[in-house]
Design a protein around this ligand. Sequence first.
Ligand SMILES: NC(=O)c1ccc[n+]([C@@H]2O[C@H](COP(=O)([O-])OP(=O)(O)OC[C@H]3O[C@@H](n4cnc5c(N)ncnc54)[C@H](O)[C@@H]3O)[C@@H](O)[C@H]2O)c1
Length: 465
Amino acid sequence: MGDLHVRGQSGTRPPASDATADGDGRQLEAELEAGIRGKTAKIGVIGLGYVGLPLIRTFVAAGFRTLGFDVDPQKIGKLEAGQSYIEHIPARWIDQCVRDGTFTPTADMSRMAEADALLICVPTPLNKSRDPDLIYVESTARDIAANLRPGQLVVLESTTYPGTTRDVVLPILEKRGLVLGREFFLAYSPEREDPGNPDFTAGNIPKVVGASEPVSRELAVQLYRQGMPEVIPVNSYEIAEACKILENSYRAINIALVNELKMLFDRMGIDVWEVIEAAKSKPFGFQAFYPGPGLGGHCIPIDPFYLTWLARCHGMTTRFIELAGEINTQMPWYVVQRLTEALNGRGKPLHGSKVGVLGVAYKKDVDDARESPAFVLIELLRKGGAEVTYNDPHIPRLARSRHFCIPLESVSLTAEYLAGQDCILIATDHSAYDYEFIVRHAPLVVDTRNATKNVRLGREKICKA
Ligand SMILES: NC(=O)c1ccc[n+]([C@@H]2O[C@H](COP(=O)([O-])OP(=O)(O)OC[C@H]3O[C@@H](n4cnc5c(N)ncnc54)[C@H](O)[C@@H]3O)[C@@H](O)[C@H]2O)c1
């Protein structure tokens, strides 16, 4: 990881060492701009996951030819065979684009030189001590540097702490010997993809673009304008990087607030979901966030801690973020406590009870279980001696993750299965579930998402948690 010094924003064109070099630089800039405007530029996306693949789709839809890079040979093999590994990206779209040549997937990083713009969408996880792990960003930057040619635009899209583009990516690229702003161009543009949300895709979410010199910024803005409805240029890499962390910290903190209020209101006999519905009627100054069994996904539980780490390096603490993390992380324990009490109310101990967990994806209608609180819930229930099974229409089996190895497969959600459980725990409120059916057949339902709010019959069997 690079040093932490966040340098000032230059905001001016770099001086040309001589007139010829300056002229060459302007020509490279003009050629790339013409390629972008004329849609003859080739777009390379590095990291073909939940962010990279939809981004390819956006640029193909905008009329560009694309190259997709991934280190995972299984993913490349599937894409080449016209198959999808992300539920909301249709296989028929992949098949068509791979056949007509608008999308070429490859694991051959030397082909990066073929692209005019390279957009980096690789993972940015935390390591064991919850510090930023930039191993994927760094190795991608090294691959790009090895193949960098004059006239290329590189944009980092992975979520990260302010300073990464300037202090980590730029020094690696500069080792190639090309000059920033004249021979190659670099920007940061945070990804705001919301998988599973039918209202927003990469093609209709406004895009923030930051660079610390104007040529790179203008080229990146031009590029994104071809495929995005609105592009918001900002004056440095750091502003764009911090913007993304602000968005995700805002979410994590507000979710923690409603999670804490849920626990308090439960004790007071007040339904937190009804409170939020009422508060939502205020037309200004309030945005609804909803409680749940804990945070999941690749962003909200992780990204704010990139800032926490950076704050520590600057001798400060991010108290709001830490507190939110503490509350959100505790939620599965609270849910299991509520479930245990609910069983107890029916004269049953958790030990030996059959608990069916519904939904292991980290949020509704997605096939992504990364960091899902369902794993903690299942582990806690098992530790308490419960016999746990699960159903998730989007996740047929639990893949081994960094923290968990739970060898379970999704069971069929039949009336017999529901009736055979001592308790059903709704961890994720997938739209595919028939909640009337679930409540009708289950003896007890612990609902962490207010998914059963419209169920009319059998409400005495529902315990909100
Ligand atoms: N998933 C989301 O909803 C979301 C939303 C906004 C931002 N983000 C951010 O976007 C970034 C990517 O997230 P994601 O969810 O798409 O991750 P992902 O795990 O779904 O996909 C990342 C892909 O990168 C590949 N990869 C890893 N190292 C590589 C390398 N050196 N070269 C080429 N490919 C490599 C992996 O094989 C994987 O296919 C992260 O920084 C994340 O925080 C994610």
